[in-house]
Design a protein around this ligand. Structure first.
Ligand SMILES: NC(=O)c1ccc[n+]([C@@H]2O[C@H](COP(=O)([O-])OP(=O)(O)OC[C@H]3O[C@@H](n4cnc5c(N)ncnc54)[C@H](O)[C@@H]3O)[C@@H](O)[C@H]2O)c1
Length: 248
């Protein structure tokens, strides 16, 4: 399939957290499907190298910084000539009991997982408003609705992003659609401590119906659906991809 026949042909999409894991898989799939991409990540060297490979625009950016995000989004819009979509994939995992969660850690998790997408969307909205059919995809988590031991801060941040998705789905129509993906346990850097330990990997796989961890590409395919016209009647909703984790 040539780029011009892709599901995202002609679309200009900004992806955060693009240096690794899901963000990276999304950047690669979206490019194959004809999108031109702007890639933001805290990891400057990795995101610049990927942008070069994909002939996209890459920029080092800490999404918790309003100024860095504003500058990066201006540069991305200039490089792409506008913006048709955003994928908020950057995220920070944190696991400690609530009593052990100090205020610095709590604030950092919220700053990256909740306020980061806030900064990004505030900066991107004027350009998205000019697109005929814009899309926003937020990577949340099953942790956003399913309490698990030691994840109070992370889960609270993901619950917030799910409600932001619903609120904006409600507020930004009809020309901007806003949806979320709730991944279960996916093989990325974030879960290296699980899949590198054979016993932990096996017990993690065993607790889901499909008996495996997900791949970043599984999430990228859902992000493709939500960023293309295939999902033209979907807004304010979420796709759960967890191999059956939530129902055990
Ligand atoms: N891996 C899982 O099992 C899983 C499950 C549910 C949800 N998620 C969510 O999926 C998203 C992607 O995670 P992943 O698994 O691909 O992890 P990952 O660690 O492979 O990638 C996360 C990326 O985000 C970037 N990042 C972190 N903080 C940043 C910041 N302040 N500014 C800019 N970039 C920053 C990192 O540099 C990294 O490139 C995250 O929001 C995560 O919370 C992951």
């Amino acid at each position: 399939m040539s780029n011009r026949d892709g599901k995202l042909a002609g679309r200009r999409i900004l992806i955060t957290g693009a240096a690794s894991g899901m963000g990276r898989a999304i950047a690669e799939l979206f490019t194959r499907e004809g999108a031109r991409v702007a890639l933001l990540d805290l990891n400057g060297p990795a995101v610049l190298e990927l942008a070069k490979d994909l002939q996209g625009f890459g920029i080092e950016c800490d999404i918790s910084s309003a100024q860095q995000v504003a500058d990066s989004v201006v540069a991305a819009i200039k490089a792409l000539g506008g913006l048709d979509g955003v994928v908020n994939a950057a995220g920070l995992y944190y696991s400690k009991s609530f009593e052990e969660t100090d205020i610095e850690s709590w604030n950092r998790v919220m700053a990256v997982n909740v306020t980061g997408p806030y900064h990004l969307l505030q900066a991107a909205l004027p350009a998205l408003r000019q697109a005929s059919s814009a899309t926003i995809v937020n990577i949340a988590s099953i942790s956003g609705y399913l309490p698990m031991a030691g994840t109070a801060a992370y889960s609270t941040s993901k619950a917030a992003i799910l409600m932001l998705t619903k609120s904006l789905g409600f507020e930004l129509g009809p020309n901007i659609r806003v949806n979320a993906i709730c991944p279960g346990v996916i093989k990325t850097e974030m879960t290296r401590h699980i899949w590198e330990d054979p016993a932990r990997a096996a017990s993690t796989a065993d607790r889901v119906s499909l008996k495996k961890m997900g791949e970043a590409e599984d999430i990228a395919k859902a992000a493709l659906y939500l960023s293309s016209e295939d999902s033209s009647f979907a807004t304010g909703t979420e796709i759960v991809l967890d191999g059956g984790f939530s129902w055990r």
